[in-house]
Design a protein around this ligand. Structure first.
Ligand SMILES: Nc1ncnc2c1ncn2[C@@H]1O[C@H](COP(=O)(O)O)[C@@H](O)[C@H]1OP(=O)(O)O
Ligand SMILES: [Mg+2]
Ligand SMILES: [Mg+2]
Ligand SMILES: [Mg+2]
Length: 366
């Protein structure tokens, strides 16, 4: 693995490099499962599906990152059966050399395991995946540092699929606040229009009302939080407005980091930051608002009657509960179970790594 001369490569850069590499593998797993035609759909709740592709991709990503970074807290969307063995080839040993070729921004050089939380959405846009709207699907791996979304990987497994059966599929976008974003062509949205994207599968009157209050010239209803932020990155829309509590931390962490890395913003509908500490509530109870430019204009356009239905992660006095910052306070399977508390959040997914015997112990050393 590359390192900066006599100094070891900082944790954040290694995490991003491993995340980029494993996102390619997760994309392969998703494509392979779709080809079998056996999606193994489970209904988790109302309008909330899980497929074998979601499950397998999460196993691959979480097992790989845990193997390399055993002391980092990792949260995946799916609750998985711990009895299911993880195939050895799901553990990706590579660290993307392109990521490692970049210098680590000064602010991350001393970041330690306990300051980092990784949020994994193994397959964002599941509803659309089951309906064959494949370009709406992304794999999202977000790296939060001290509760803020800082690094992100957005992998599009079906990028290029319109080009026919011989096309090479997939695009990996990644970014780090303070360094930039890579793997795509940044574009500004068209002048003289106000294109707004929102959900196509989780809509209600408030979602629609919030979009309408932002004076759209066109409304683009597509699936996936990752996909909608990609539309922002590529200049295809001006804003992503979602007046709903349906998105969770794993939906927004990676997209927020990548968008922020090129100067955009992703906040709740009140314009307040979304927090990503280990113990924060999983739901984005403040809704989602993302833009590349003019963020406050959109915040101001959302009517007070809509805003009052949403609750920011940041309390009105601005004081963040310090306990939320402490990764050590959770029982942490990924920390070897030595974290010393009684609460195991339900979303903290335990997986069996016992078959994942690839020797990557050298790589996890600092
Ligand atoms: N009501 C909801 N229930 C479950 N997941 C939701 C809900 N609303 C949004 N999401 C998640 O946020 C993503 C973006 O929302 P939308 O596609 O509706 O714009 C969805 O793809 C889904 O992620 P996932 O597909 O990973 O379960
Ligand atoms: Mg889901
Ligand atoms: Mg999602
Ligand atoms: Mg998902």
């Amino acid at each position: 693995m590359a390192s900066t001369g006599a100094f070891p490569t900082p944790l954040v850069m290694r995490l991003l490099a491993a995340s980029v590499s494993v996102s390619y593998k997760a994309g392969n797993i998703i494509r392979d499962i779709l080809k079998t035609g056996e999606l193994g759909i489970i209904e988790k709740g109302r309008n909330d599906l899980q497929t074998e592709a979601d499950r397998a991709a999460q196993r691959c990503i979480v097992a790989t990152l845990h193997k390399h970074f055993p002391k980092v807290a990792i949260f995946g969307e799916e609750s998985l059966d711990p009895a299911i063995r993880i195939p050895e080839d799901y553990i990706v040993k590579d660290f993307d050399p392109e990521v490692l070729s970049h210098p680590c921004p000064t602010g991350y050089k001393d970041v330690t395991d306990d300051q980092v939380v990784v949020w994994v959405d193994p397959l964002d846009g599941t509803a659309e995946f089951t309906q064959g709207l494949l370009d709406h699907v992304t794999v999202l791996i977000g790296v939060a540092v001290n509760g803020e979304a800082k690094g992100g990987v957005i992998y599009q497994p079906y990028y290029n699929y319109q080009e026919g059966p011989d096309a090479t599929l997939g695009q990996c976008i990644w970014g780090l606040v303070g360094l930039g974003a890579f793997g795509f062509q940044p574009q500004n949205p068209p002048v003289g229009k106000n294109l707004i994207t929102t959900t196509r599968s989780h809509s209600d009157w408030m979602v629609t009302e919030a979009v309408n209050s932002c004076e759209p010239t066109d409304i683009i209803r597509v699936g996936g939080a990752g996909h909608k932020v990609v539309l922002l990155l590529e200049g295809k829309v001006h804003a992503y407005v979602f007046a709903s509590k349906g998105c969770k931390k794993w939906d927004t962490c990676a997209p927020e980091a990548v968008l922020h890395a090129i100067g955009g913003h992703l906040t709740d509908l009140l314009g307040k930051p979304i927090l990503y500490y280990a113990n924060v509530q999983r739901t984005n109870s403040g809704g989602v608002l993302a833009t590349l430019h003019n963020h406050q204009w959109y915040v101001d356009k959302i009517p007070a009657e809509i805003k009052e239905n949403f609750i920011s992660d940041v309390p009105s006095d601005g004081m963040i509960d310090k306990k939320k910052q402490l990764v050590e306070q959770i029982v942490c399977f990924h920390c070897g179970g030595d974290a010393g508390s009684s609460v195991d959040p339900p979303e903290f997914n335990q997986v069996d790594y016992s078959d994942a015997s690839a020797d990557v112990s050298e790589l996890s050393k600092k």
